[in-house]
Each structure stands twice: as C-alpha cells, then as structure tokens.
Design a protein around this ligand. Structure first.
Ligand SMILES: Cc1cc2nc3c(=O)[nH]c(=O)nc-3n(C[C@H](O)[C@H](O)[C@H](O)COP(=O)(O)O)c2cc1C
Length: 234
C-alpha cells in the first residue's frame, strides 16, 4: 500500500478554504512544525516593516485554565449581547443596551470550544508592541484601526501557513476583554497590547465552502454608493 501524499495547497485555494477550525484531534503539535508555521508567517506585510508582533505560547495547564476562565467570561458576554440583539462591542453602538445585556450574562460553563479552551493543542497569545505601530489614524478622534493592520495580516498568515502544514485554527479575541488579567497572568510588559489568541491543532474536520458576501455587495466605483463592481465570480 502506498502512503497518501497530500497535494501542496495552492495560494488561491488556501485563501478560499482556510475557515475557522475549533475541533481538534487529541494530538500535540510538535514545536518544529509550529516553528515552521511562524517562519512562513513572519513574511506578512506590516507598517514600516517594524514587525511589532510577539507570540506567547501558553503551555502550562494552570495558565491555560486562567486563560480559559477569562475567555469564558468574554464569550458569555458575547452570547448575552447577541441574544439581546446588540452588535457586540461595535465601536459605534449602544453602550447602554450592551451594559444591560452583559448584566444578564450567564456566568456558568458554556461548554463547547469556549468551555474547553484550555484544551486546545496550541494556545498562541498574539501581542503588539505599541511603540512600533504606525497608527496613522491615531489622532482622528475616532476609533482607531490602522495599528491593528500591522498585526492581523500576520495572524492570518499564521492561519494560512498552519493550513499548509495540515493544521487548522481560529483567531479569537474574547481574552482581550480582560487584557489586564491576561497581562498579569503572562507577565506581559505595559507597552504591549494583547490583540488575540490563536488556537491551532490538527483538525477533526475542515469546511471547504465558506460563506461570504459577493464582491458586488462591497465594492463600488467612485463613491460609497457608486456602481457596484461587476463580476462574474460566484
Ligand atoms: C478579529 C477576529 C476575532 C475573532 N474572534 C473569535 C472568537 O473570539 N472566538 C471564536 O470562536 N472565533 C472568533 N473569530 C473567528 C470568526 O468567528 C470566523 O473567522 C468567522 O465566523 C468566519 O468563519 P469561517 O471562516 O469558518 O467561515 C474571530 C475572527 C476574527 C478575524
């Protein structure tokens, strides 16, 4: 019998099929495989090539349980806001409605991915060095986004590179709600921000057809309400 050899993942196929994976096989991801993933991901674009990212791999079970408890609290808040019809943590949103929903949030174990968050094969906490980000929208007086654009493409590259190694994963942000506690837990310096936690592992299953809105629903010509870009794409 010949061993099955996986076809290399094409770039476009990878971009179209790297969906969120939250169910993992019960086998560890070797450090050398992880190192290869990060070695590929480090070529991500970023402002001024400052590479302001840092990853803390959380392996200690007690630290993982601490991260899980913080994740669960964020997740319960998220569920409560969704149940109340509130867009969770929207920069332009109804803070009073959010607060009311959160006041009613469950504080029990939600089960599923959140409840088992400490069991993910790889828990990679993603940090940003705030001294190195070129946040060109910093002084606009509105919610700022540009700094994150120097970090999140790296996170996406980690997920793509992980896919190419037969791994799957998901970007998560529930722990960021409790950034001070995360920073205390992992001894993160003041000048760094927690921007997410990547969960990675060998997937039990992988979605191949992701659901996304079509191009003409979000690309217009010359003005926000201009003519939608014509496309024959599915
Ligand atoms: C910035 C960001 C934050 C996210 N936060 C979470 C999270 O906290 N928990 C989670 O389970 N998934 C999280 N996700 C994953 C999204 O739910 C997922 O990308 C989206 O639903 C699309 O899923 P699909 O690619 O499988 O279609 C996050 C994704 C991004 C990009």
């Amino acid at each position: 019998m010949t061993a099955e050899v996986a076809e290399p993942l094409g770039l476009v196929e990878g971009l179209r099929t790297t969906g969120a994976v939250r169910d993992f096989e019960d086998r560890p991801v070797p450090h050398d495989v992880l190192a290869k993933v990060f070695d590929t991901a480090r070529f991500a674009p970023n402002g001024g090539n400052q590479q302001a990212w840092h990853i803390v791999l959380v392996e200690d079970p007690e630290l993982r349980r601490g991260m899980r408890d913080l994740y669960v609290d964020g997740w319960n808040r998220y569920l409560a806001m969704r149940a109340a019809g509130v867009q969770p943590w929207a920069p332009i949103g109804d803070r009073e409605a959010e607060a009311a929903a959160i006041a009613d949030a469950d504080d029990g174990d939600p089960g599923g991915f959140a409840g088992d968050f400490d069991q993910v094969p790889v828990m990679a906490v993603l940090l940003a060095d705030l001294r190195l980000l070129a946040a060109t929208d910093r002084d606009l007086g509105r919610y700022t986004l540009v700094g994150g654009a120097s970090i999140y493409p790296f996170a996406w590259s980690v997920l793509l590179a992980a896919h190419a190694e037969g791994l799957g994963g998901v970007m998560t942000t529930m722990n960021v709600v409790h950034e001070p506690e995360v920073k205390a837990l992992l001894q993160i310096p003041d000048d760094h921000a927690v921007v997410g936690v990547l969960a990675l592992g060998y997937p039990t299953k992988r979605a191949t057809k992701l659901r996304r809105d079509p191009v003409d629903s979000f690309v217009t010509v010359d003005a926000f309400a201009g003519t939608p870009l014509r496309t024959d794409a599915p």
